[in-house]
Design a binder for this molecule. Structure first.
Ligand code: AP5
Length: 254
């Protein structure tokens, strides 16, 4: 079983040094996880990492980390604009997100591999990722697209709760904590993300619907797209995820 590590270099950016330890997987995977908000990408990412290794590189996590920065420093003007867009459920500008990923190129070049979650979300971001990977000497193994009916997605997003301290995720029905409102791992308060409130959920689903098709087509044309029905429980969805990963062709040199 592999561990994620603290992802500090991903969350804080180029000035932070990676502190990941543990065995390097024999086959470092380079995967993109696609799909609408709340479909379960983060949930599957945890399971993929435990079995196959790699680091979970979520662009949303970078913004959430910046939002709770306790250093007392105000966010940069670009980050302040990004955080306001995120709170409303809107996409952050391509320029800001691409720059954020580009300056974390060491995470994409890492020997442990990566699972990119939440990036790319637009065709422009997909092209930028190709260029960044090229510069890092890496190639994608696959872009895994999770899909589920919208009603299920809304239910998953509305019921999600996260620990204010350690960010562990829960769901009021599907994955409740042992004690209501308290994190099993650290006893922190469980809160609802601002962008999981109804108005922001509508905005996020609309943003996804208007940008997803060209990205899916981009990966389909490259033969990298794999689709997985995410309507089952997390374990059942992971059975399909595992099958997809195991069927991917043996490594081109990574
Ligand atoms: P981001 O953090 O990427 O959010 P998202 O894509 O909206 O995805 P989520 O994290 O909400 O959902 P998920 O699919 O990971 O689901 P999860 O596993 O948590 O982005 C947030 C914002 O940042 C964006 O709106 C935007 O503003 C900005 N941003 C980020 N990247 C950007 C980019 N590239 N360009 C522009 N802007 C960007 O599951 C959800 C819930 O369901 C949980 O409670 C879970 O327990 C439950 N659940 C999961 N799977 C199952 C299952 N199989 N059965 C039952 N319950 C399940």
């Amino acid at each position: 079983m592999y561990t994620t590590g603290n992802r500090i270099a991903w969350l804080q950016g180029p000035d932070a040094s990676c502190a990941k330890t543990g065995p390097v997987p024999p086959r470092p995977w380079h995967l993109v996880l696609l799909g609408p908000p709340g479909v379960g990408k983060g949930t599957q990412a945890e399971k993929i990492i435990a079995e196959f290794g790699a680091c979970h590189l979520s662009t949303g996590d970078v913004f959430r980390y910046a939002a709770r920065d306790t250093s007392g420093q105000a966010p940069s003007p670009a980050m302040a604009v990004a955080l306001a867009a995120m709170k409303r459920g809107e996409l952050v500008s391509d320029a800001t997100v691409v720059e954020l990923v580009r300056e974390r190129i060491q995470c994409l070049a890492c020997q442990y591999g990566f699972l990119l979650d939440g990036f790319p979300r637009t065709l422009e971001q997909a092209h930028a990722l190709d260029a960044i990977l090229g510069a890092a000497g890496r190639k994608l193994d696959a872009a895994i697209n999770y899909f589920a009916p919208e009603s299920l997605i809304i239910e998953r997003l509305s019921g999600r709760r996260v620990c204010r301290q350690c960010r562990t995720g829960y769901h009021v029905q599907n994955k409740p904590p042992r004690v209501s409102g308290r994190c099993d791992a650290c006893d922190g308060d469980l809160i609802q993300r601002d962008d999981d409130k109804p108005e922001a959920i509508r905005t996020r689903l609309h943003a996804y619907a208007t940008t997803c098709d060209p990205v899916l087509e981009f990966y389909r044309r490259q033969g990298l797209l794999r689709k997985i029905d995410a309507s089952g429980d997390p374990g059942a969805v992971f059975v399909h995820t595992r099958e997809v990963i195991q069927k991917l062709s043996p490594a081109v040199p990574h």
